[in-house]
Ligand binder design. Sequence first.
Ligand SMILES: NC(=O)c1ccc[n+]([C@@H]2O[C@H](COP(=O)([O-])OP(=O)(O)OC[C@H]3O[C@@H](n4cnc5c(N)ncnc54)[C@H](O)[C@@H]3O)[C@@H](O)[C@H]2O)c1
Ligand SMILES: [Zn+2]
Length: 371
Amino acid sequence: MTAIRVNLPGDPIFPAAGPDRSYWVRCGAGLLDAIGPTVRDAGGRRAVVVCDAAVTRSHGRRVADSLRSAGIDVLAVDVPSGEPSKSVAEAARLWNAFADWAVDRGTHVVAIGGGVVGDLSGFVAATFGRGLPLWHVPTTLVAQVDSAIGGKTGINLPGGKNLVGAFWQPLGVFSDIDTLATLPRREFVSGFAEIIKYGVIFDAEFFSWLEANAARLLDREAVALTQAIGRSAALKAAVVERDEREITGERAALNYGHTFAHAFEAAAGYGTLLHGEAVAIGMARAARLALLMGRIDGALVARQDRLIESFGLPASWEAMATHTAGSLVALMSRDKKTLGGRLRFVLPDRLGHVELVDGVSHDAVIKALDG
Ligand SMILES: NC(=O)c1ccc[n+]([C@@H]2O[C@H](COP(=O)([O-])OP(=O)(O)OC[C@H]3O[C@@H](n4cnc5c(N)ncnc54)[C@H](O)[C@@H]3O)[C@@H](O)[C@H]2O)c1
Ligand SMILES: [Zn+2]
């Protein structure tokens, strides 16, 4: 099984990608300039840098320069910002650019951007030439704590998100907090929903640490940010190691708040709510559902609400009133995480621990939405 190690400032650096496909996630500041030598040491002689167009000038060029300084031949390809780029058309454009540049298995792919570019480039790397060495350089908080870790890649079809994809682990991940300096505030804040999620589902101590450090984190204070990203990455890495392909069910814990969130995102119209905002509201609703089912007490619901709100995230959704609870439940029944139409939720039974609960009644879900 792939071991994913998180490397914090001051830790010894492991060799990239061991023979057992293990790799590290480096978290900290000033990492972009180290990418060239690392890729070269891992055998890269040529590299395609796939970059979100919003960060080409700020961060992409620095990575390309670092690669070139290390003697690596670079093809730089920009991808338009936004979810529509996770498309068959954009994947085909990249495949063709790779073919035109005679990309072979000795060519490394370096993905720079948020989850959109990571998922798209990862999928193209997994499929071109039956698989190319890949590096992730996540530049959003969401990507640093979630999408760049775990090896899920994919693109969307008109019929749904992430319908086509592959598991494809990178050789390494560079989570450079300096890249977050240019991230718009709303995108930055939304990343904290997934960070709070890790505390609720796996780590009560981390949850308390977040309560004590919310202000430092919102100020983008480097030491605190590195710690939060590192701990989140380690928590996700640990569950991915135990259940890489979502077989044992352990990885399902990561879907906490997400069955609700997917319904809110669909009802609001994609792009209205940021994913993290929908997850924050979803976690607040899931906690209420757990309370209604007698699994947790009201104090925990209130404590989670307070942490969500202290990061400036929503715990409820005003526009919810314009959608009937019944129509939201119908959307949830269509979510791929339900089994045979029965509603299935990841619910906490105490801080730091969740279970997958099957056969939840529609009535309870409707009450959780209203409460
Ligand atoms: N593979 C997985 O396991 C996984 C997990 C979670 C989410 N995802 C996917 O990730 C995607 C969402 O990722 P995201 O939230 O990073 O969105 P994103 O990639 O769309 O980035 C958000 C916005 O920030 C901009 N941006 C990125 N980095 C920037 C920076 N440093 N400075 C300024 N602007 C910057 C982008 O251009 C974009 O407009 C979704 O497609 C989702 O399906 C995948
Ligand atoms: Zn999510």
